[in-house]
Design a protein. Structure first.
Length: 264
């Protein structure tokens, strides 16, 4: 984990609030993420996790608060604005095209071409070699980059998306329930991949309902409850039991009870 005192955060969320009618989805939420750090965003259903991710990724605008990225305040009119500065989001329903191969997905929108007599010709061998090199370094779980994505497992598809983002310069990757539909072995590989992405200097924010997964991969955990942050903990300085107490509100109730009890 990077030394938070040695450098400014890559991302700083300051006092973000968001309402939908009478419902406060987020209430004065603040936290930060450093380059090369994995932060797990935890909380029960309706805690505000997905709303927060949508705000950071440019899909929603906050009612109030700031997003500071690389030391400057940023405002996003769309997800394209977030992508342009290096923020990528991987949702459960991935953005891959299943009926084409890994290479085509990896280079989608960035195809390598050469001009021959006025015609733009795809450089298939060059694209294939580059895709293979990246997959081998970061994932290594795909036997052929010429396989159509529809024939790959959920874990392999996520690997393609993550590798693509890292290769094309993502600085922060937001993962929304990345392991929810994966089996045990695929989940293990996914956790390993997140760790390898982190070692490339990329920051990762991961939403997960599985607290044990969070402890396996995260440097810190941020807990949301009813749209507010109830705790931020280094993963090495807390326990799953304490995190559960933060999620359920039990820790807060106990603290209030302790303060209310008269001293002898």
């Amino acid at each position: 984990m990077p030394d938070s005192s040695a450098a400014q955060p890559l991302l700083r969320v300051e006092s973000i609030s968001k309402r939908f009618g009478t419902i406060a989805a987020l209430d004065d939420v603040s936290f930060e993420v450093h380059a090369g750090e994995v932060v797990a965003l935890l909380g029960d259903n309706g805690a505000g996790k997905s709303t927060l991710i949508k705000i950071i990724s440019g899909s929603l605008e906050p009612d109030s608060g700031k997003i500071i990225f690389e030391g400057r305040e940023v405002r996003f009119a769309s997800p394209a604005d977030a992508k342009a500065i290096g923020i990528e989001t991987v949702y459960q329903d991935l953005s891959l095209c299943p009926n084409v191969d890994v290479v085509a997905n990896f280079f989608m929108g960035r195809e390598i071409t050469r001009n021959y007599l006025g015609f733009h010709v795809l450089q298939e061998k060059e694209m294939e070699a580059e895709t293979e090199a990246v997959i081998r370094e970061l994932a290594g779980t795909i036997s052929s980059v010429r396989a159509n994505v529809e024939h790959l497992s959920g874990g392999q598809r996520q690997a393609i998306e993550l590798c693509r983002f890292v290769h094309w310069g993502a600085k922060l990757v937001l993962l929304d329930e990345p392991f929810a539909a994966l089996g045990v072995e695929q989940t293990r590989r996914g956790l390993d991949l997140v760790d390898r992405v982190k070692r490339q200097g990329v920051a990762v924010v991961v939403i997960t309902h599985n607290i044990l997964h969070a402890f396996q991969v995260a440097d810190r955990v941020v807990v949301l409850r009813h749209g507010a942050v109830t705790g931020v903990r280094d993963s090495t300085a807390t326990t799953p039991e304490e995190v559960v107490s933060l999620i359920t509100g039990e820790l807060s109730r106990q603290a209030k009870q302790d303060r209310a009890e008269p001293r002898p």
